[in-house]
Design a protein around this ligand. Structure first.
Ligand code: MSP
Length: 515
């Protein structure tokens, strides 16, 4: 049977300065999902990249005295470095200033123009340059952009329009017939009630007041509206409208576009309408995650509360940060970051629960058996309950990762870890070691703990890719393990030979923190 494909994307990023922890949150979630699907045996294509056109970039480059291309190249290489730090295992890092992209976007415009889906008109209205979004007066909040709260500009220019309104009924029908097309479901209702049912107007898709964009073949004074250019990347990066579209044929339609709630509208109205006009299949799902806040306020450089993810990684380690991001926030809802919440998560879940379970288990095998368990094991009264928790961790992880419920998947895994720590307190190995006739029970109980650690190591890999190797090393397990091995209890050899290592997640003492 042919291997099943899974095509997942993040949004394309752009920030005139460096990316912040809100961006990191999105790309880490997508990376965890891509890793999970690879572990489940899928042929995964994971795309991320940079959205590199638009007026705000032109303005920033002018202010810095460099060309817009120099400006975006600098941001792209900083972003790639950050994604390395975040352990993002992407397959494609797409930049919208690359030649294959602009060539394909021009072809898309040509086709839509030739078939009458794009026509010439004039745009008079309001525009938010930082968000590259057109607004009507009624959409503003206290006269400002409803998303970034900054001033909007009056725009009056000749422009081309895409017949978005023509696709309104088909879009409504598609969303109604496909309840998982927009997730979480509440966002589908928002799109239907706030935008689609009140009626769509045609979309202005070209600009003449600046140059930093893709010029249209049929009227080179106009550059593409940045959203049409950017959204096209999901198909163009696979070869759509290019010389070789074999990857497009293989991976399209996308299984999921992961985007923040602020840009769900572009992905569930404009993008599918463009695809309908191009007679292409629609993505299977657009998942609109929530925003990460700092003390209740959306993170953003412009809001002055940006947190540098690379600095957090340097201070706390990458897997701790990835764990925090995906455990703390229910994917789809907003979440809050404060250093206190981060540290308390690391100390309780990673240092106390997982870290202690490993160091206690390895420490006891070392102390009571000189580092190697004997082959003879006898059960305790608490084994069955722990086995049940292990089975629930494995099935729960599958169930919740499949639905991108990262916090719940981790919750099931940590329920097993919690159960294992309780098991130590119930079995009291320090008492068994003093009784000569209880050595088989002691060996069996320590093996049970090591076996749960083996299972935990497999299941945490999508979220914490560096940690499993550290567990395998201390338990002397080959690092290559199959995901499905988590569901079978008892695969660990009886005579576990340990290698004591450093504490995986040392407790953080807030007194030693950098401010
Ligand atoms: N360039 C557009 C997307 C084009 S997609 C074809 C854009 N870029 S962005 O850099 O501003 O945002 C990229 C992604 O990061 C978006 O999905 C956005 O929602 C997400 N986030 C930006 N700030 C965020 C938080 N504070 N929290 C969570 N996600 C956030 O939009």
């Amino acid at each position: 049977m042919a291997q099943k494909t899974f095509y997942i994307t993040t949004a394309l990023y752009y920030s005139n300065s460096s990316l912040h922890i809100g961006h990191a949150y999105e790309v880490v979630a997508a990376d965890a999902m891509a890793r999970y699907k690879r572990l489940r045996g899928y042929d995964v294509k994971f795309l991320t990249g940079m959205d590199e056109h638009g007026q705000k970039i032109e303005q920033a480059a002018a202010a810095a005295g460099i060309t817009p291309q120099q400006q975006v190249d600098g941001v792209a290489s900083a972003t790639k470095a950050l994604f390395g730090t975040l352990n993002i295992d992407y397959d494609i890092f797409w930049c919208t200033t690359c030649l294959p992209h602009s060539t394909a976007v021009k072809k898309i415009f040509n086709q839509l123009y030739e078939q009458g889906d794009i026509y010439k008109g004039a745009y008079k209205g309001l525009y938010c340059t930082p968000c590259e979004t057109f607004y009507t007066k009624s959409q503003l909040e206290e006269g400002n952009c409803p998303v970034c709260k900054r001033k909007v500009e009056e725009v009056d220019e000749e422009a081309y329009f895409f017949r978005l309104s023509k696709y309104q009924d088909r879009l409504i029908e598609h969303i109604e017939k496909n309840p998982t097309f927009i997730m979480p479901a509440s966002r589908a209702q928002e799109m239907l009630n706030n935008f689609l049912r009140p009626g769509l107007t045609d979309l202005c898709v070209s600009r003449t007041s600046f140059k930093w964009g893709i010029p249209l073949d049929f009227d080179p004074n106009h550059v593409s509206y940045v959203w049409v250019d950017a959204l096209s990347n999901y198909a163009v990066a696979l070869g759509f409208m290019g010389d070789d579209d074999s990857e497009y044929k293989k991976y399209w339609p996308a299984d999921v576009h992961i985007v923040g709630k602020d840009i769900v509208r572009f992905h569930t109205i404009i993008w599918p309408a463009l695809l309908m006009a191009l007679d292409q299949p629609l993505p299977k799902q657009v998942f609109g995650h929530g925003w990460l806040h700092v003390d209740g306020v959306k993170i953003g450089k412009s809001l002055g509360n940006s947190i540098d993810p690379a600095e957090l990684v340097e201070q706390f380690g990458i897997d701790a940060i990835r764990y925090f991001l995906l455990k703390e926030v229910a994917f789809g809802q907003d979440g809050n970051y404060t250093p206190e919440i981060l540290i308390s998560r690391i100390n309780s879940d990673l240092a106390n629960d997982l870290g202690n379970m490993l160091s206690r288990t390895v420490g006891m095998i070392d102390k009571y058996f000189g580092g190697k368990l004997p082959a003879n094991h006898a059960p305790t009264d608490f084994d069955e309950e722990l086995k049940t928790a292990a089975a629930e961790a494995a099935s729960g992880a599958n169930h919740h990762f499949d639905r991108m419920e990262f916090d719940q998947a981790l919750g099931k895994i940590w329920a097993m870890i919690g159960r294992a720590n309780k098991y130590i307190d119930q079995v009291e190995p320090w008492k068994l070691t003093k009784e000569a006739d209880k050595q088989d029970i002691l060996a069996g109980s320590l093996w049970m703990l090591a076996e749960c650690l083996r299972i935990a190591a497999i299941l945490i890999e999508p979220v914490m890719p560096d940690t499993p190797a550290k567990i395998y090393q201390q338990l002397n397990i080959a690092t290559h393990t199959d995901w499905d091995d988590a569901a079978t209890f008892g695969l660990l050899p009886k005579e576990v030979q340990i290698t004591k290592g450093d504490a995986m997640f040392p407790r953080i003492d807030t007194k030693n923190l950098r401010t």
